[in-house]
Design a protein around this ligand. Sequence first.
Ligand code: FAD
Length: 623
Amino acid sequence: MDYPHSFDVIVVGGGHAGTEAALAAARMGMRTLLLTQNIETLGQMSCNPAIGGIGKGHLVKEVDALGGLMARAIDRAGIQFRILNASKGPAVRATRAQADRQLYRQAVRHALENQENLTLFQQGVEDLIVEGERVAGVVTQMGLRFQAPTVVLTVGTFLGGVIHIGQVNYQGGRAGDPPANALAHRLREMPFRVARLKTGTPPRIDGRSIDYSRLEPQPGDDPAPVFSFLGHTEEHPRQVPCHITYTNSRTHDIIRGGLDRSPMYGGIIEGVGPRYCPSIEDKVVRFAGRDSHQIFVEPEGLDTHEVYPNGISTSLPFDVQIELVRSMTGFENAHITRPGYAIEYDFFDPRDLKPSLETRFVEGLFFAGQINGTTGYEEAAAQGLLAAVNAARRVREQEAWSPRRDEAYLGVLADDLITRGTSEPYRMFTSRAEYRLLLREDNADLRLTPIGRELGLVDDVRWAAFEAKREAIEREQARLESTVLRPRDIDAADAQRVFGQPLTREYRLSELMRRPDVRYDSLMALAVAGPGLQAPAAAEQVAIQAKYAGYIDRQREEIERARRHEDTPLPEGMDYTAVRGLSAEVQEKLNRHAPVTLGQAARIPGITPAAVSLLLVFLKKSS
Ligand code: FAD
């Protein structure tokens, strides 16, 4: 048959992991095939129409810094943008955007259709071609065979997917899509450890049946921030507000009254759900003392009336869903357009993966996204990119690449998954990173774009913009270091306004910038100091690096120290129960593995950097 059937990289699944993987492989010059069940659902958001948030926003910026799509797509599809934790330190500040689902899908599809080296084909994959211990391609439901030395599986919640609404359940990959049962069956024959997880989604509401006058509006930030390092606010479509309502004690009574018909509490669902994104019935049971939960009323798009009530994910029977929705203020006459549901699906223990996300049992086969036990579009996108980079590097016979925990949240994510595994849907948080101050959203490009360029992920346009920004920052830092402000250069009123006190001696501008309450823009407004950088992102970078220089240096030293202690020997026959502060689990692991050096201890699955620091302290004390 005259049809292209041989590729370098085959990506299975057109969700968030798959689209990012296909684009990355193609950007690296691989002849890439993206096979997905339905081309109409490329880049579809299965659950909430939003990108980013704390920890997740960091991943989006990192994917962008590596030339990925997600940030560019949401800049074109976001209808409400906010910086979360804006009043807190830069390490935990995070961008979040409400998406117009349709615009988001369009942006993703546009990028895929216009990517060189990338072929799209609509077919479900049912089988893997494995030769000896190596993958050699895939077989689709029509029996078409596509060959490639590398395959990236990103099939999300679709493996053996079962949808639950109350006592009713049926097979599905998500609402409206079929499950991938043949592929699930095939994978279960392989030596991977497999288990079930579950996740849920709220009912959707027709916005025309909501009384908005009774809800609290929640506008986005003005000016709206951008996600991509190449983004512009002008790219954003029209911006709209979200709204807030609350559950109340009646809502909770209704939920409690329906629990006996809940698939979760009736024992029908076995999979573990996301602890940090619990269903409303979970919240009511777990936090029995609370009689109200905040619900964000989020528009699904600009051209639809449908609304996503964020916070009432549920698999309760439909009649209970109607009652609970209508018990909330403003929702008294709400019309549900789609019932909420939970889905159970197969996932594979990520401890069976290498840091490159290649499987340990089948060479050339990579897993990325929800299939690895994660939850979230951002976590999926980041893994898709990482898996594709390594698929391409395998094709080129290059060493695998995986960022370290001190380089990127992507490094934290991959390391957590492959060393610790997960027993519940894993989502990213800033608290998972030990070196938060280094891994900020704002410096993701400085951390990763040069690496992305080397990997072949970053095109000339992004590279030129990056180099211009980096040079501007360095020039400005040098200027701040060499420019001196003398007390007589500045009148008393200005000094009071900018520094809160008169200047009593000469200061370099860099010293003044280090003061916690001195703002870069106020300092630059002084004729003797300014005008400084006009580009907001570069100016922000100069300000953050100056303000946090001390802390950042300390964190760098800590990382250096950890690296230096790689070869520090651990006493033979050491009893780790004597090390104070270690959890019983960590003590047990160390006693069992009996590592010879600190470096070896650090690499035992489940041994955290904090545990390694405790070991160091212990060794110092006992030496
Ligand atoms: P998906 O986005 O699921 O994409 C999988 C893709 O693979 C699809 O395009 C599908 O058509 C394709 N595919 C599947 N099987 C085959 C096959 N055999 N051959 C070819 N193509 C195939 N995330 C959160 O962060 N918070 C939540 O609260 C949350 N709730 C959710 C609730 C529900 C009901 C669902 C379904 C998902 C929820 N998610 C939630 C998860 C979020 O949707 C996923 O984490 C994210 O979409 C995972 O991306 P992915 O690329 O791994 O998979």
